[in-house]
Design a protein around this ligand. Structure first.
Ligand SMILES: Nc1ncnc2c1ncn2[C@@H]1O[C@H](COP(=O)(O)OP(=O)(O)OP(=O)(O)O)[C@@H](O)[C@H]1O
Ligand SMILES: [Mg+2]
Length: 217
């Protein structure tokens, strides 16, 4: 039984069902008798939540790199204060968005160079990367069809931006088949959760976090 925890991230376009899956998986991991810490990006700490407000709820134009540096500053806080300490305690950490969001939104979406963004992701996280990532794939219109209330600054971007983000996610998944699992977001929340549970359980067994016989469910 390895003592370092297990890091899972959930990614996908707006309204794809990330938060819904997050809470379902949290309950599942707890039912396995493991401790779970959940977090979200941008966010996770008081400071990082303030950065979230700056990034998502200001109307002013923000230079694309300014947006990157703000997101990375928030991520750094989340990693050093929340994610890494929990992993060191052997916990399962599940984050609603993480490094792949930067590549999908600022890279594929805004057109900033992926190589530079990857390097910055490494610097910001000290290479604390997820072992497993779920990308919930869904047509952009369907995701927005599920949204209620006002849209934030990034959600208000044009449709083509969100199409680039969606396709970017799929390209990222193709480049990291072992880590990234693409889920069909048109399925029901129950079906999505079942599939994610199956994949996560297999990964937890492989990493020696749980034993195969113990949990048949
Ligand atoms: N698989 C699903 N099928 C249909 N509706 C869903 C599904 N999953 C979630 N929903 C509903 O769609 C809405 C958005 O879901 P959720 O908040 O989980 O998505 P999200 O990806 O976290 O969105 P956001 O980008 O706003 O954070 C919610 O009303 C939720 O109940
Ligand atoms: Mg959400």
């Amino acid at each position: 039984m390895g003592r370092f925890g297990f890091f899972v991230t959930i990614e996908g376009i707006e309204g794809s069902g990330k938060s819904t899956l997050l809470y379902g998986l949290k309950e599942y991991v707890e039912s396995l008798g493991l401790e779970v810490v959940i977090t979200r990006e941008p966010g996770g700490t008081t400071f990082a939540e303030s950065v979230r407000q700056l990034i998502l709820h200001k109307d002013d134009d923000i230079d694309p790199w300014t947006e990157v540096f703000l997101l990375l500053a928030a991520r750094r806080e989340n990693v050093t204060k929340v994610i890494l300490p929990a992993l060191r305690d052997g916990k399962v950490v599940i984050s609603d968005r993480y490094t792949d969001s930067t590549l999908a939104y600022q890279g594929y979406g805004r057109g900033l160079p992926l190589k530079k963004l990857s390097l910055l992701n490494k610097m910001a996280t000290s290479k604390v990367f997820p072992r497993l990532t779920f990308i919930i794939d869904l047509p952009v219109e369907r995701g927005f069809g599920r949204k209620k209330g006002d849209l934030d600054r990034i959600e208000r971007e044009e449709l083509e931006f969100h199409e680039r983000v969606r396709n970017g996610y799929l390209l990222l998944a193709r480049k990291a088949k072992k880590r990234i699992k693409v889920l069909d977001g048109t399925k029901s929340p129950e079906e999505l959760l079942d599939e994610a549970k199956r994949i996560l359980k297999k990964a937890l067994i492989e990493k020696g976090k749980i034993r195969e016989k113990q949990y048949e469910g």
